[in-house]
Structures are given as structure tokens and as C-alpha cells.
Design a protein around this ligand. Structure first.
Ligand code: C5P
Length: 415
């Protein structure tokens, strides 16, 4: 997906072993449709060559403030003016200290200082030894850079090139990419709390067997990511799925429907929006055996008796705050349900919306979308239905978040 299509990024490299990750980052940015102008400090060139970065960005690299290629000889002005963002990755401790003091003795710091700060954001991905990161000087610098409006990304934790272990590694290329995409997303849901359920549930028969379904969790994870990108605080209650947690999202892993209900009840008071995408098992075996049920050779099969699971969405929707949300009242929780059907989507989705008592029910054809990266949605509300045509789950999730924002505009959540 071209997440950064049309964006022009100045990618600045400063001295640090994490420069090797900048090559991968450059490639990822280009792959997402961005044009990338690489600028390297002299120290960065000790770690990775401009040849590599030119080949990956498909543009000559800038390194010197005296570079005469620009007709007006002002690379430090021109490069910054053309950019949608300047991204420094890796940003060394020294470079951050320079930014802080407005020093500008080489091209990269010069162009950061000269950038039109109101329109060209500066994002830095720090990379340094753990002691350098923990040093009070660096702590002060990070706090002051943030206060100055510079976006300082988190650092990773783990083994460092020096052999020590701790905080200070540069984030991985895919993490920086995700942060950059989020940075460019409109912050529609800033200050709001969104609770999402996703994936299947697993209902044990015995310690080694259980009942589950084919939900991959992809739609719910995409919604959690889109809500986070839109600035919300997001909690994702996930059934058993092997999907990476979207950046910045708090994940609570659960197994059964009852676990999922308990996790939701734990979080729901804080939430302004509840999106129930999980394919919760309707029934569970009446009793889960403590020990594996053995085949004894007699040909007899165990008889499974089922009990109905709690309906998580209906429980939230029918609570006083769920009811207030249905009436569009401030302080309510806005509940969105999903319906995975195999046929007659409109009829089933409309009936389900009424039965659950939610303002918005999103229908999709289960067998056509389970496990896939794309989907098509039918939004059903009190006024009628509207289609979100076939697209990737990422795109649909963003559109759905924009819809939820439109429908809850003006809500003030009173805790
Ligand atoms: O009743 P049905 O499973 O078809 O309804 C689907 C919607 O209800 C989804 O939003 C799903 O997450 C939610 N649901 C739930 N708890 C259940 C069953 C469904 O939250 N036990």
C-alpha cells in the first residue's frame, strides 16, 4: 500500500552504527511511495556510504553545506523547503544536543535550523548507548526538543552494538515507518479512548482440544491501528491470533469468550468507543475436562453439551452508558458491532443491529474475508445502509474510524 504516496521526506543520517538500519528505512519509505532526499553528516559516512543511500533513494546524496549543485548554492534552504517532513534516523546524542542549541556548522543541522518550522515537521529517531540515553544531559535534551515541537520517537530496548543491553537502540525500520505514517494521519480521535475486540475465541473441550473459528483478527487489528493513528488511546482485547500488536496500542490477550468479557469489563468504563470485531464463539462446551479425553477403542464418541456464551457487545450496549451512546448523549459509549454473514447481508445486519441495540452495525461476508487482507463493508444504522466498497482492511479501517468520528462529533466524554 502506498502509505506515503506524494510525500517528500528528507532523511538525515548522523553518526551511529544504526546507520545500517537507515538503508532499510530508506527502502521502506520509497516502497510506500515517498520520494526521499538523503542528507548525511560526515560521521554518518563512516558507517554507511552515500553510494548505498543514493542507490536506495535514487537521488544523489547531500553531505556538505558547500555543495555547489544547487543553482543558488543554498542546499540548506532548498532541501528543507521542498520537504513534507525531515526525519533524522539515526539521531546521535551529539546531533540532538546540536539541534537543542540551534548550532548549524554542517549541512544537516543547518537545514534543520533553517526549515520553516510551522510547516515542515522535524522527527528524530534517537540511537545511542544506554548510558548515553540515560544520561541527565540527554534526558534534558529530549524533554527540551519535545517542548520545542520536535517529534522525538521512542527508542528500542535490547542488545546494543557495544555489547551492553538496555534502552537506546534505534527503532527498527518498520517501526519508524509506522510512526511516520501515524504522524501524517489526521488526529480525529485525539483525547478519546477506544476499546476494540478482535480475533476468534477458543473454548476448551479438554486441556488439548477446543472449539474456535476462522477469524484472523486482521480487521480488528487494522481498526485498532487506525484508531491509534487517529490519536486515540487504544486497548485491543485479542483472542488467540498470531498478529503483531499495532504500535502504541495496549493489547490484552485472552482465550475464551468469558476471558474476553472480563477484559472488556475491566476497560469499558474508560472507553468512549467500543468496536466489537471479535468472532466470539456463541457456545462453549458445558464442562471442560481436566484431563485429555481418551479414545478407549470401544468406538464410543464423547457427547458434547453446549452452553451459550455471554454476549459481550450486547452487555456493553445495554449498559446505561451503552444506552446513552445509542441516544447520542454525552458521556455515553458509542458501540459498533460487526456481523460476519454468508448471505442476505443487509437483512441479517439490520436485524442484528436492532437485537444488539447498537447505533452502528458493520456487515461483511465472513467466508469471503476471513484471513484475507481485504474486505468490503456494509454500514447499517437507524437511517439505512451504505456500502464501503472492496478495499484493503487498512483502508476500510481508516474510513470506518473517520465515520465513527463523524458520528460522535461533539461528544464530550464525562468520566
Ligand atoms: O451474534 P453475533 O455473533 O452474530 O454478533 C456479532 C457481533 O457481536 C460482533 O460485533 C461480535 O464481536 C459481537 N459478539 C460479542 N459476544 C458474543 C457474540 C458476538 O461481543 N458472544
Amino acid at each position: 500500500m502506498n502509505e506515503l504516496s506524494g510525500k517528500h521526506i528528507v532523511l538525515g543520517l548522523t553518526g551511529g552504527i544504526a546507520c545500517y538500519k537507515a538503508a532499510e528505512l530508506c527502502r521502506a519509505l520509497v516502497k510506500e511511495g515517498a520520494s526521499v532526499q538523503v542528507v548525511m553528516t560526515e560521521a554518518a559516512e563512516h558507517f554507511i556510504t552515500p553510494v548505498t543511500m543514493q542507490a536506495l533513494s535514487n537521488r544523489p546524496v547531500y553531505g556538505s553545506q558547500w555543495d555547489a549543485r544547487e543553482p543558488n548554492n543554498m542546499a540548506h534552504i532548498n532541501l528543507g523547503r521542498e520537504a513534507d517532513a525531515i526525519l533524522i534516523a539515526p539521531a546521535s546524542a551529539d546531533f540532538m544536543a546540536k539541534l537543542l542549541h540551534g548550532r548549524a556548522d554542517e549541512l544537516l543541522s543547518l537545514l534543520c535550523l533553517a526549515r520553516p518550522a510551522a510547516t515542515v515537521p522535524l522527527i528524530v529517531a534517537p540511537a545511542m548507548n544506554r548510558e548515553m540515553w540515560a544520561n541527565p544531559a540527554t534526558r534534558r535534551n529530549v524533554a527540551q526538543l519535545r517542548a520545542d515541537g520536535i517529534e522525538v520517537l521512542d527508542v528500542g530496548q535490547g542488545e546494543q552494538a557495544c555489547g551492553e543491553t538496555g534502552d537506546g537502540r534505534m527503532l527498527e525500520a518498520d517501526e519508524i515507518l509506522a510512526d511516520l505514517v501515524a504522524f501524517f494521519s489526521p488526529k480525529r480521535l485525539a483525547g478519546r479512548q477506544v476499546l476494540v475486540t478482535a480475533g476468534p475465541t477458543y473454548e476448551a473441550i479438554d486441556p488439548v482440544r477446543g472449539i474456535t473459528n476462522l477469524s484472523s483478527g486482521k480487521m480488528g487489528f487494522a481498526i485498532a491501528r487506525a484508531a491509534r493513528e487517529a490519536g486515540a488511546e487504544v486497548t485491543l482485547v485479542a483472542g488467540p491470533v498470531l498478529l503483531p500488536t499495532p504500535r502504541g496500542v495496549t493489547r490484552v490477550d485472552v482465550r475464551s469468550a468469558r476471558d474476553m468479557l472480563a477484559a472488556v469489563q475491566n476497560q469499558v468504563d474508560r472507553a468512549d468507543v467500543f468496536v466489537a470485531t471479535a468472532a466470539v464463539a456463541d457456545w462453549r462446551p458445558g464442562t471442560a475436562a481436566d484431563q485429555k479425553i481418551k479414545k478407549d477403542g470401544s468406538g464410543e464418541t464423547p457427547a458434547l453439551r453446549f452452553i451459550e456464551n455471554p454476549d459481550i457487545l450486547a452487555t456493553v450496549a445495554q449498559s446505561p452508558r451503552g444506552q446513552a451512546g445509542l441516544r447520542g448523549e454525552a458521556g455515553g459509549i458509542y458501540c459498533v458491532g460487526f456481523a460476519a454473514e454468508s448471505h442476505d447481508l443487509l437483512a441479517h445486519a439490520s436485524a442484528k443491529r436492532a437485537r444488539k441495540g447498537v447505533p452502528l452495525l458493520v456487515g461483511n461476508i465472513g467466508p469471503a474475508t476471513f484471513g484475507k487482507d481485504d474486505n468490503a463493508l456494509l454500514l447499517v444504522d437507524a437511517q439505512g445502509a451504505s456500502e464501503m466498497p472492496h478495499a484493503s482492511k487498512r483502508v476500510l479501517a481508516r474510513k470506518l474510524i473517520a465515520e465513527i468520528d463523524r458520528r460522535t462529533l461533539g461528544w464530550v466524554h464525562k468520566k
